[in-house]
Structure formats: structure tokens, C-alpha cells
Design a protein around this ligand. Structure first.
Ligand SMILES: Nc1ncnc2c1ncn2[C@@H]1O[C@H](COP(=O)(O)OP(=O)(O)O)[C@@H](O)[C@H]1O
Ligand SMILES: [Mg+2]
Length: 339
């Protein structure tokens, strides 16, 4: 094994998953380095869970292959499973058991001895600050506490790689912030390689070292959050006009002007990309005055990952709502198939 492969946590080679109606994952080839916090960002139905399902050996690929921590997901699934922890999209802890019992059950499934289990349970409970709740049934936990317990469970057997599928789905902003802190802590202090999926752009932006933007089963952009945003070429200025004709007139006249990277109109607004937004605004005001147009408002902002997604796909990352019943059924179905 040379140095380069020794640093690789996950390597996928043209991995894909076809269902009868849809190809959920299309020939994805990515590399995740050891220690990275890698994000898969994409809308509902993009193929994120399917990719995680294959990498965690719950689903068999239709084509291509992947290695996780050096192990082949097709022929060394047990070794892969021992190297990874998974926090699934839907809740999978047993609500009738206590937090401690859930963790203990998981430790037994991984063949951990009693002493090792007990020690590790205390450790992972401390990690997610649930020590005081350990002997309460999960039914009494809040949504955020359940997620923390699931992260603790994912960590029980000392995984090298932790997969987190939509870790903050449906949580309120404050709880989400809290979960982000645990994720960062595990990644930085415990040096756990992480792959997280999300459709929240700010989550990917705040947490991830690198992000793969995924849509319709394909990677459409990959890089650090900074790289992805700077590819758009600077600041985004939005001019709002009283009428749609005004916006169209402005874009028609000045699109292609070398001072701006891009100028497009949509409804009553004109969107301009510029390498130096502060300087571009006076010039734009001058232009509208020359056309005899009135402006209702002007805004200047740095691009977000939503702009990146819009740039590559022509649409916003819209969220159409969780379907937990389906995803939970999906997981049970996957587990059964593997036996
Ligand atoms: N078991 C399945 N059978 C058929 N189609 C599926 C199955 N699981 C997922 N899909 C389809 O594959 C696509 C990707 O789904 P998924 O990986 O769950 O997306 P994401 O996690 O990004 O929301 C969707 O179109 C979904 O309907
Ligand atoms: Mg999903």
C-alpha cells in the first residue's frame, strides 16, 4: 500500500444503483481522505441515502464498486461493517428501551464483551452529554436527544468512519446547532472520518471540509465550500424593479457587459454576478438611470451553496418534506435482504 492509498478512507469507482423505474446513483467516483468531514448535499431523491446504503453494505450496487477503509464493499462486507458506524435517516433506536439498553444491545451485536461494553457506554454517553438520561426510556427523549443517542450508538464499536444520513432532519435550529457541535467534536478531537448527507445548504457549508453536490444520482460539483462558491465569480447583486418589463429591459440592454460576469432577469428582479459588488452598484444605478428605470431595492450578498446549486442545475434545492415511514421501511427491507 503506497502513501496515497493509505490516506484514503473511501474510494468509489463508477458505483451505481439501478431500480426498475429509476437509476438512484449514476456512476459516482469519489475519494474521501482519512479525517475528512465530507458532505453529500442534494435535494430529496438525489440518491444520497442510496449511496450511503451501498457504502455501508446495506445495499448491493448494480455496477461499479467501492472500498471503505481499504475493504471491498462487495467481498469484505463484514470488515467494512466493523470499520463503520451509521446514523440512519429515520429513527432506528428502540423507544421502549433505555438509552443504555440501546447502546448495550448494539455492543452485543458487534460482539463486544461485557466489561468493554460497559466502559464504552459510559464513554459515548459522555461524548453526547446523555449520561444523566442513560436509564430513562427513549420515549421520554426529545428529538435532539434521540439523534445524540444514535450518534453515540454509531460510535459504540470504535468505527473509523461514521456515516450520518440527514443528521438534523426536522430538528429546530437550536438543537441543530447542538448536533453540529458534536459532529465537529467527533471529527476533530476523535479524528473520525465522516460522511454526512444533507439537503440543508448551511449545514454542509458550516460543517464540511469538502462537499459533493448531488442531483438525480450524479455529482454535479465537488470542492470545498469556498471553492464551490468562488467558482461563481464573486458577489451577487439583486435589483428589484416595479415591473417585469423593466427587469427584462435592463437585462436585455446590459447582459454581456464586460464589467459583470452574468446578468439575468427573472420576474421583477435582475441578478448580477460581479467580482467586486461594492463597485458595481454605482455603475448599475447609473445604467438604470440612463434607461429611465426606477429601482425598488438593491441587495448585495456573497454567494451561498444554494446559488451554486442554482448555477449548476437551474433550480433551487427545495425541500419537499420528510417521509420517515418510507425511509424506515426501506432500512428494514435492506437489512432483511442482506441476511
Ligand atoms: N428501494 C427502492 N426502490 C425503488 N426506488 C428507490 C428505492 N430506494 C430509493 N429509490 C429511488 O431512488 C432515488 C434516490 O433515493 P434516495 O437515495 O432515498 O434519495 P435521497 O436520500 O437523496 O433523498 C429516488 O428517486 C427514490 O425514489
Ligand atoms: Mg435520504
Amino acid at each position: 500500500m503506497n502513501q496515497e492509498t493509505a490516506d484514503i478512507a473511501i474510494l468509489t469507482e463508477n458505483i451505481n444503483k439501478r431500480y426498475e423505474q429509476v437509476t438512484a446513483v449514476k456512476d459516482i467516483s469519489i475519494t474521501v481522505q482519512k479525517g475528512e468531514l465530507f458532505g453529500l448535499l442534494g435535494p430529496n431523491g438525489a440518491g444520497k441515502s442510496t449511496l450511503i446504503g451501498m457504502l455501508s453494505t446495506m445495499l448491493r450496487p448494480t455496477g461499479g464498486n467501492a472500498h471503505v477503509w481499504g475493504h471491498d464493499i462487495r467481498s469484505q462486507s463484514t470488515k467494512v461493517r466493523m470499520s463503520i458506524g451509521v446514523v440512519f435517516q429515520g429513527t432506528t433506536v428502540d423507544r421502549k428501551l433505555t438509552g443504555r439498553q440501546n447502546l448495550d444491545l448494539h455492543g452485543r451485536l458487534y460482539g463486544m464483551g461485557r466489561k468493554e461494553r460497559n466502559e464504552r457506554i459510559e464513554e459515548v454517553l459522555r461524548l453526547v452529554e446523555l449520561t444523566n438520561w442513560a436509564d430513562e426510556v427513549v420515549q421520554k427523549y426529545s428529538g435532539g436527544m434521540i439523534r445524540r443517542l444514535e450518534i453515540a450508538r454509531g460510535m459504540m464499536h470504535h468505527p473509523k468512519v461514521l456515516f450520518l444520513d440527514e443528521p438534523t432532519l426536522g430538528l429546530d435550529p437550536q438543537t441543530r446547532n447542538h448536533i453540529w457541535d458534536y459532529i465537529r467534536k467527533l471529527n476533530r478531537e476523535k479524528n473520525i472520518t465522516m460522511v454526512l448527507t444533507t439537503h440543508y445548504m448551511e449545514e454542509a457549508d458550516m460543517l464540511c471540509n469538502r462537499i459533493a453536490i448531488i442531483d438525480h444520482g450524479e455529482i454535479i460539483a465537488l470542492g470545498t465550500p469556498g471553492e464551490l462558491k468562488s467558482e461563481l465569480g464573486g458577489d451577487i447583486i439583486t435589483l428589484k424593479f416595479p415591473g417585469e418589463e423593466d427587469a427584462a429591459k435592463m437585462a436585455e440592454k446590459y447582459n454581456g457587459n464586460p464589467d459583470f460576469k452574468e446578468m439575468t432577469s427573472s420576474g421583477t428582479t435582475v441578478r448580477i454576478t460581479s467580482t467586486d459588488g461594492e463597485r458595481a452598484i454605482p455603475e448599475l444605478l447609473q445604467m438604470t438611470a440612463e434607461l429611465g428605470l426606477r429601482i425598488e431595492s438593491v441587495s448585495l450578498r456573497k454567494p451561498t451553496l444554494d446559488d451554486v446549486f442554482l448555477h449548476h442545475t437551474g433550480k433551487n434545492i427545495r425541500y419537499t418534506g420528510p417521509d420517515n415511514s418510507k425511509s424506515r421501511r426501506g432500512i428494514r427491507h435492506m437489512m432483511k435482504k442482506e441476511k
